[in-house]
Design a protein around this ligand. Sequence first.
Ligand code: GLY
Length: 366
Amino acid sequence: MLETVHVDLPGRAYDVLIGTGLLGDAGTHIAPLLKRARVVVISDETVAGLHLGALQDGLRGHGIDCAAMSLPAGEATKSWPHLMSCVDWLLDQKVERGDIVVALGGGVIGDLVGFAAAILRRGVRFVQMPTSLLAQVDSSVGGKTGINSRHGKNLIGAFHQPSLVLADVDLLGTLQPRDFLSGYGEVVKYGLLGDAAFFEWLEGQGPALAAGDVRARIEAVRRSVQMKADIVVRDETEQGDRALLNLGHTFGHALESATGYSSRLLHGEGVAVGCAMAFELSARLGLCSQEDPSRVRAHLRDMGMKTNLADIDGALPGPQALLALMGQDKKVVDGQLRFVLARGIGDAFVTSDVPAQTVLEVLRDG
Ligand code: GLY
């Protein structure tokens, strides 16, 4: 079973292949891109332990030589020191302008390796092999690459589109249920922002998808990636429509910051709670009906996900402090908070015209 989404960016078009068995069969899809029968793979230690052997065996089976390096797993790897060791290793491997670098991992590896590829010899091509649901539906597609700074997340980076994305849904089977559901937060986001029929489909298929239904997983990843691809083609560098992909992120980032980017709240969990709050805010501003936030929360609850501030372990700062954390979001423009709000499920838009008092009320009521 193999689905293809084409990201039709002029001069930088590429395919996202979604299916099963892509790890072992990566050589078939990567070989046509190669100028010499050689790739380098960068992964993290956890993913490498699970999947690197199968990838290397498959590549070598296609006569493709394959050196690999593994970095520590975790967000701390998206940093200058690890970027430096990654770039130095690529140079040690004598990677040339025409070569391909493969990123095998979740969002951290995809972002870091993509950035390394963007700056190595002023840009080499790379292939994303996302291993988490979040990376398959979001971070591996669209060309945002980068690392974190002490000033905030993802503040150093470049737009650098991959040459190919291989999303093997078999790999989702090794995720912890909580990590899978965190990625599912981003899947729900797509339905909520632009496709009511997809949200309705998720309401029906979500439980089967979480339980491991491969067809449902492929379909959910395909529809998510298709929507992201359409938006990225319209607005690659986020001058307009791409900001819709930040539905739930203004609330979510403040909550992630308030919980210290720790295991108290995973990124996709913050996005899910943030989506519920964005719909609550939209309803209170009279933009959508009160049934919409209730329906969003009901689906998240059915999936066993966090829906409210009270679902987050431990104490949180008060509404004023959370609002201040929202103000530190990198997407603030001229000091104005930008929100993605909705006129209904599947109908989101971006606005800066939001009274702080209503935001505070939503935060107070959780
Ligand atoms: N993750 C949001 C974007 O790629 O624009």
